[in-house]
Design a protein around this ligand. Structure first.
Ligand SMILES: [Ca+2]
Length: 127
């Protein structure tokens, strides 16, 4: 646990989870978790190369004005979005292979999830 500090009004930002570990791991996330933990705009068209990402079917913008969380993992791992409505916005290619990009329809959140992970999101119905 983080030590209490009078000056620490916020939790430390987290940019990535890694579920690879041993065996099958699961992660459940709500919008409040993303709001509290994940920073804005750390992965965009300017930072992608340095971070080992290239565009797939998703094209990173110069400014990705969303809380962004990267989730690495392997086959058998699962992530579940506990709330919100999401769209599968496409793919990026990273050092670990393909990643799915999920954007929340409220415009505030983006999950970049290793495509090997079994992802459960409440997706907006196709129109
Ligand atoms: Ca795993």
């Amino acid at each position: 646990m983080a030590p209490a500090s009078p000056s620490a009004s916020r939790l430390t930002s987290i940019e990535a989870f890694d579920l690879t570990g041993s065996g099958n791991n699961s992660l459940s996330l709500g919008l409040a978790d993303l709001r509290d933990l994940s920073p804005f705009n750390w992965l965009n068209s300017s930072t992608a190369t340095g971070l080992g990402f290239t565009n797939g079917t998703y094209t990173l913008s110069a400014t990705e004005q969303r809380h962004q969380l990267l989730i690495n993992g392997n086959t058998g791992d699962t992530i579940t979005a506990l709330d919100g409505l999401w769209t599968n916005a496409g793919t990026l290619t990273g050092s670990g292979g393909a990643y799915n990009v999920f954007n929340s329809t409220d415009g505030f959140y983006q999950l970049i999830a290793d495509a090997d992970i079994n992802s459960t999101f409440t997706l907006t119905p196709p129109t």
